[in-house]
Design a protein around this ligand. Structure first.
Ligand SMILES: [Zn+2]
Length: 148
């Protein structure tokens, strides 16, 4: 997949796809940050060494009727400038969340016309999660729609 298509279809920047698995109802896309975009989460230096990684799974916006999961390698980086070891900062999801900003935007669009329950069912998420995101976005002024 070209970088431009990747950016537009999945809302990802600075990432590369290592592989993808295509199931009947879901697509798993294995990604990692391109080496040239790895920076120290503490001081922003690019002078970093990879020190292993952990894998995290994020639900993102679907492609057609298929759910899409990003299986992301999150690098552990040692900074040669400040000396600290930190996980890389990722731009496409909030810390501790298992879904992407891209999915939140998609949800916001859906919630303009259909209910929380319908969105939850369509995206394979719990009602509580969708409602939680809607409430949070309303508080932060992201949402444009009327409450359910
Ligand atoms: Zn640093």
């Amino acid at each position: 997949m070209s970088e431009t298509l990747l950016q537009h279809a999945l809302g990802l920047k600075c990432q590369e796809i290592m592989t993808a698995e295509y199931g009947k109802q879901r697509i798993d896309v294995h990604i990692r940050t391109k080496a040239q975009y790895l920076t120290c989460a503490e001081c922003g230096s690019k002078n970093v060494l990879k020190k292993g990684y952990t894998e995290r799974c994020f639900l993102t916006a679907p492609i057609g009727s298929k759910t899409v999961h990003l299986i992301a390698q999150i690098q552990r980086l040692e900074c040669r400038d400040c000396g600290l070891i930190r996980q890389e900062h990722i731009g496409y999801a909030d810390p501790k969340k298992s879904y992407t900003h891209f999915l939140e935007e998609y949800m916001d669009d859906l919630l303009e016309t259909i209910s929380v329950a319908a969105v939850a069912s369509r995206l394979g998420m719990s009602w509580n999660t969708v409602k939680g995101i809607q409430t949070r976005n309303e508080k932060t002024g992201k949402a444009k729609r009327n409450p359910e």
